[in-house]
Design a protein around this ligand. Structure first.
Ligand code: DP6
Length: 330
């Protein structure tokens, strides 16, 4: 008799914050990016996902934060992803996916990054596969580009690559390399109206995207060296520049994508002042209004206290550099 025991695995993956941004693809289906990106995993801001392959259901099943999702874009995206995995690795049956985040979804803290990293690891492990890190990173990328960077630990680069197999992320320095803290000013915890997938597809409609991409390779190298050298001054100027350039592209896309809220600008201006006053802090924003204030650990408490006093900041989260995606006990 064939073994019909459901196969289960549970994984945890951290979100990450990009210092050099991924914005635009050369291949939208495979999510091959137009420029390399660089990020830090965020310890303590994670997705935990249990995947169970079973022959007992007629479709994939998705639970998000305890609630079953019976229709809509999230189910479609996850089901499409699982079907792709089934085909690539000849997996039979359907998957029951139970995923939960410990931070607000869709507001500029990359929930798709941690979600697809945790899903790639749990679903392939549940199917009996033991894949190397670079292959898991490529698989996570198929679900969400930034998820490729949540598979390895610490400070991570994602090289453009030329194919599915070579567009992968890897660690440039472990989590304990540099004592940085991401102090996140939450301005809105609502789900963003235009998700990144549509934004990437629109990037080329901006007259600025060509210039952004052409200059991103240099910013990537400068930022990587600044991380390796723990050179905060260089790091701060290139990180802020890269965020500003990406948001300039977003704002000048057709139709225009405008993620900033008044409080986002308030925080950015305050951060520049705090730096002028001597704190080692800089800002960066992903596809949402929340402001990630990256600072030296020694300044994190001061940055947090300042942030809490800015009008429009509803909550402050902090995260240190995080480790790789990992399996945990189901
Ligand atoms: C602005 O990885 O969320 O956060 O591949 O469509 O899921 P999809 O896009 P996603 O894009 C992230 C964009 C960003 C910058 C970054 O994290 O590099």
């Amino acid at each position: 008799m064939p073994d019909t025991t459901p196969m289960t695995a549970k994984a945890r993956a951290s979100s990450n914050i990009a210092f050099i941004k991924y914005w635009g693809n050369s291949d939208h289906t495979l999510r091959i990016p137009v420029n390399p990106s660089l990020s830090m995993n965020l310890d303590g801001l994670y997705t935990e996902t249990t995947s169970t392959w079973t022959g007992d259901t007629s479709a994939h099943t998705l639970f998000l934060n305890g609630e079953v999702i019976t229709e809509g874009p999230a189910l479609k995206r996850v089901s499409g992803y699982l079907n792709d995995l089934k085909q690539r690795y000849e997996i039979s049956g359907h998957c029951v996916v139970e995923s939960s985040n410990n931070f607000p979804m869709g507001a500029g803290i990359a929930s798709s990054a941690s979600a697809f990293a945790a899903l790639a690891l749990s679903a392939t492990t549940a199917a009996g596969l033991e894949l190397p890190e670079h292959e898991l990173s490529a698989l996570a990328r198929l679900g969400s580009g930034s998820a490729s960077r949540s598979i390895p630990g610490g400070f991570v680069e994602w090289q453009v690559g030329k194919s599915h197999e070579t567009s992968v992320a890897s660690t440039i320095a472990p989590a304990d390399h540099w004592d940085l803290v991401d102090v996140i000013g939450i301005v809105s915890a609502e789900h963003k109206s235009v998700g990144s997938a549509r934004g990437h597809a629109m990037a080329d409609t901006s007259v600025l995207q060509k210039a952004r991409v052409a200059s991103a390779f240099d910013r990537f190298e400068v930022c990587k060296q600044a991380v390796l050298d723990r050179d905060f001054e260089t790091f701060a100027s290139v990180v802020e520049m890269d965020s500003n350039v990406m948001h300039a592209v977003m704002m000048t896309s057709v139709p225009s994508l405008f993620y900033w809220q008044p409080a986002s600008i308030g925080v950015m201006q305050a951060v520049r002042q705090w730096r002028a006053d001597g704190l080692s802090v800089c800002y960066t924003l992903d596809a949402g209004p929340n402001v990630h204030c990256i600072c030296a650990a020694a300044d994190a408490q001061a940055v947090q206290t300042h942030l809490e006093n800015i009008a429009g900041v509803t909550k402050v989260l902090t995260a240190r550099p995080g480790g790789p995606a990992m399996l945990i006990n189901a």
